[in-house]
Structures are given as structure tokens and as C-alpha cells.
Design a protein around this ligand. Structure first.
Ligand code: TLP
Length: 347
């Protein structure tokens, strides 16, 4: 179980390393210059992705952040307004790129477990008025990172998409972890993607590929996105080398995500049973959990440091919350070890 020099890395699923099968496919990858559309492996990954998400076309991008930015740029014009949930990644964690580079302003709404109410979205959509910016885009995030990987209810997504269509405003999903959401809901990922005009998802998180994210939408949208990717410096050359791992990720991820979700749920229960720590286990839908440590009497940075000294790596979220993320790089023994470390610190 707990081993003196071992590192238990629960900071993020972004830390996952490629699988053996990925490394093998990387060696065999047929490559070409992707800016000319000559990379067979990337082309295969894009066709496979579009098909999996039930959209016309897909684009391979270096990161989730770039995928979201390209989506916002492709859907909007500078000066427009984008409706987003106030703790979403695009608004909080993407360096204000949509303001600086897309030239749009954010209209944020408070969500419940990451989901904005449809009535509030409707009220936030701008009327025609000489003073007002136009509402150019609605963004949802599924799973919702800051609410602890919670999954947005499909019925609510459907309502928001219907509203978006009536108002003729495009809808983008930051689906960095959309496969985790589909796994939780036990639906095909298409069932979620159907309620959006575009979706970005990451291959480099729970899906375990080392690098890369995908953007999907109509052929016209992806053609626009491809040009924006070039403008942002994301047009890569023999990138089949890494896209090969993405193909394996799309093929193999199912079992890993099942385990990640089981491990998160075991970890949540174990931590919640420790005096001073509170985890709302009902809210642990996927591979992320937020532990409220305010009743321990130890400040979050100090507690995170104490954990680090014992080899347990986590991310502080705010003055009371610490985030734990499960992924292919941590197994059920590591979960037990993590619980034991926290118990020892608080004993
Ligand atoms: N999230 C990372 C950090 O940036 C916080 C993490 O460790 O969770 N959308 C969502 C919902 C994300 O969680 C992330 C990354 C991204 C987009 C950006 O993806 P990358 O890191 O590939 O730019």
C-alpha cells in the first residue's frame, strides 16, 4: 500500500502518460504535412472523431484551451457577448483569451452544479437596442470541472439548445471530459453532442493520450476553425506522431473511465469518513471530487504541503476546497494510500 518514496498524483487527469498501445501506434504512424492535409493519421483521427460525436467534421488541435478559443472565434464576431456559467474553464482558466483574442465580452450566469437555468439564459440574451452588444454564443461545460466533475442533465441541455436554435445563437460545449459525462449517463457521446453546434473534447485527460484535443461541428464551421488554428500557430506538420495516440484513446478509453469513476467514488467515501473533511458523495459523478477541509482547522495551502511531503499531490481550489482527480495513473491501492495519508496528517 503506502510506500515511502511513492508519489500519488491526484492533481489532474492531465498527468496521464501514454499507454503501451499508444507508444506502439506512434512508432507505426503514417505521417505527412498536416497543413497540406497530407497526414493520414490525423485525417483518420478527424474522420473517426466526427463519426463518434455525430457531427460532419472534426479538427485536431494542440490543446483544449486552443479548441475553445477557436470555437468562440469561429462562432462570433468581435464586440459580441458570450453567455457562460461563471465558474467555467473558458471564463476562469483560459487567460481571458476570449476577450483578448476573440474580442468578445463574457456575460456570466451563476449555475446550479454547473448548469445555467434556461430561463436565466433566455433573460440574458440581448434584445435589439442601439446600446447593446449582440449575444453571439452560449457555452456549456460538461463535465463541469469546478463543481467537481458533475454531469449536466441531458434534459436541461436539450432545453438550452432548443432556446439557442429559436434565438439563432450557436451553442458550444466545452466537453473537455465529455466521455466521462457519457460514461456516467451510460449514453453514447452523440446523445450529449446532439445538443450543441460545436464540441471541444480533450484526448489528453482521462483519455490518456499525451497531447491534443478535438473540435467538432459542421463542415463549414470546421473549415473556418482550420484557418483560425493556422492563425493561432496551431497548424502542425507531421502531427500524426501524436494523433496516433488519440486514435488509441478513442478506441480504448471505456474501461479506464469506469475504473476512474469507481476510484473517485471510493476516495470520496474514504475522505468523507475522516473527521474534519466533507465530501458530498452524491455529487461525485465522474473522476473529480472536491473535499471541503475547512473543519480541519488547517489552512488549505498548509494541508496541501503536508500531503505533498508524504507523496500525495493534489490541487488547492479555494480557501476551503481541495480537488482530487482520479485517472489511469492511480489505481485502487493508490486511493487507499491517499486516504491513509490524509488520516495520518489529521490524526
Ligand atoms: N483543465 C485543467 C486545468 O486547466 C484546470 C485541469 O487540470 O482540470 N476545459 C476544461 C473543462 C478543462 O478542465 C480544461 C483543463 C480545459 C478546457 C483546457 O484544456 P488544456 O489543458 O488542454 O488546454
Amino acid at each position: 500500500m503506502e510506500n515511502q518514496n511513492q508519489i500519488y498524483d491526484f492533481r489532474s487527469d492531465t498527468v496521464t502518460k501514454p499507454t503501451e498501445a499508444m507508444l506502439e501506434e506512434i512508432l507505426k504512424a503514417k505521417v505527412g504535412d498536416d497543413v497540406y492535409g497530407d497526414d493520414e493519421t490525423v485525417n483518420q483521427l478527424e474522420v473517426m472523431t466526427a463519426d463518434k460525436l455525430g457531427k460532419e467534421a472534426a479538427l485536431y488541435v494542440p490543446s483544449g484551451t486552443m479548441g475553445n478559443l477557436i470555437a468562440v472565434m469561429a462562432h462570433t464576431s468581435p464586440g459580441q457577448e458570450v453567455i457562460l456559467e461563471e465558474s467555467c474553464h473558458i471564463y476562469l482558466y483560459e487567460v481571458g483569451g476570449i476577450a483578448r483574442l476573440a474580442g468578445v465580452q463574457a456575460k456570466t450566469l451563476k449555475g446550479v452544479n454547473g448548469m445555467m437555468k434556461v430561463e436565466e439564459i433566455e433573460a440574458a440574451i440581448r434584445q435589439e437596442n442601439i446600446h447593446f452588444p449582440e449575444s453571439g454564443l452560449i457555452c456549456l461545460e460538461n463535465t463541469h470541472n469546478m463543481s467537481g466533475g458533475m454531469v449536466l442533465p441531458l434534459e436541461e441541455m436539450k432545453k438550452v439548445y432548443k432556446l439557442a436554435q429559436i434565438k439563432q445563437i450557436p451553442l458550444h460545449i466545452d466537453g473537455a471530459r465529455i466521455f466521462n459525462a457519457a460514461n456516467y449517463l451510460k449514453v453514447d457521446v452523440k446523445e450529449i453532442a446532439q445538443y450543441a453546434d460545436s464540441v471541444m473534447f480533450c484526448l489528453s485527460k482521462g483519455m490518456s493520450a499525451p497531447i491534443g484535443s478535438m473540435l467538432v461541428g459542421t463542415k463549414e464551421f470546421i473549415a473556418k476553425a482550420r484557418k483560425l488554428r493556422k492563425m493561432l500557430g496551431g497548424g502542425m506538420r507531421q502531427v500524426g506522431i501524436i494523433a496516433a495516440a488519440g486514435i488509441v484513446a478513442l478506441r480504448d478509453h471505456g474501461g479506464w473511465l469506469d475504473l476512474d469513476h469507481q476510484n473517485a467514488s471510493t476516495l470520496a467515501e474514504g475522505l468523507n469518513a475522516i473527521e474534519g473533511i466533507k465530501v458530498d458523495t452524491e455529487k461525485v459523478h465522474t473522476n473529480i471530487l472536491m473535499a471541503d477541509v475547512s473543519a480541519t482547522g488547517i489552512k488549505v495551502p498548509e494541508l496541501v504541503e503536508k500531503m505533498k511531503e508524504k507523496g500525495l499531490l493534489v490541487n488547492p481550489r479555494n480557501e476551503s476546497l481541495i480537488r482530487f482527480v482520479t485517472h489511469r495513473g492511480v489505481n485502487s491501492n493508490d486511493v487507499e494510500a491517499a486516504i491513509k495519508i490524509v488520516k495520518e496528517i489529521l490524526a
